[in-house]
Design a protein around this ligand. Sequence first.
Ligand SMILES: C[S@@+](CC[C@H](N)C(=O)[O-])C[C@H]1O[C@@H](n2cnc3c(N)ncnc32)[C@H](O)[C@@H]1O
Length: 220
Amino acid sequence: MAMAELPEGDKLNLGCGPVHAAGWINIDGSNRAYLASRLNQIDCLLVKFGLIPPTEFCKSTKYHNLFKRLPYPDNSVACIYAGELWEHFEYEDASNLTKECYRILRPKGVLRVRVPDSPAFWERYLHLYREEMSKPRNERKAKPLIEHTQMFFNDICTRKKYLGSMGHTHKWNFDEVQLVEMFEMSGFIHVERMQFRESRIPDVDRVEVSGFLIVEGVKQ
Ligand SMILES: C[S@@+](CC[C@H](N)C(=O)[O-])C[C@H]1O[C@@H](n2cnc3c(N)ncnc32)[C@H](O)[C@@H]1O
């Protein structure tokens, strides 16, 4: 893949969570990001007295709820990275966010999104199911299927009470087909599935902490 130069401009790390990368604007909309960035002294006191655990969020974290319009003018930023964020939005909301990214990127700017690979999750379910079904009926065990299903509903989809996952749970299942189409429908070109840390963004290693389904596209 030919690596065209990124345009000048800010680099945004959306839904940064604990990944605070040097040289990037790290943006998050969680309650803790609000506390640590806007009320930092109170956050520090609460940590000091052991009332809340330490956090990577800090004064330089930019607090922003990504359901809202991105606080950047049209054609102003160089690249946008989002690791494990798109799945926290329902399809239409993720599509709107993709369009917002297109709006604020400069021409030749890059959007890169990393999400859980849902086909891999459900392939594992089908594998477990077929394994049990291949056994005589009196030897089948539901436990592995229950555990896999529980992971989806308890840890992934079900809205957690109180501060579980900072109130953010997964709201969509992404795969390569949906994500590539979402990019293309927002106007991106050269949309491709990418390997871990293989990118047009030279310092992607600062924000990309693991693999999964990764799609990248370029603004025309
Ligand atoms: C699973 S973490 C991902 C952390 C990191 N980007 C990574 O790659 O590991 C998802 C992050 O997205 C943030 N988030 C979810 N919905 C959001 C929203 N509507 N606005 C802003 N941030 C949001 C959460 O607060 C959380 O920190």
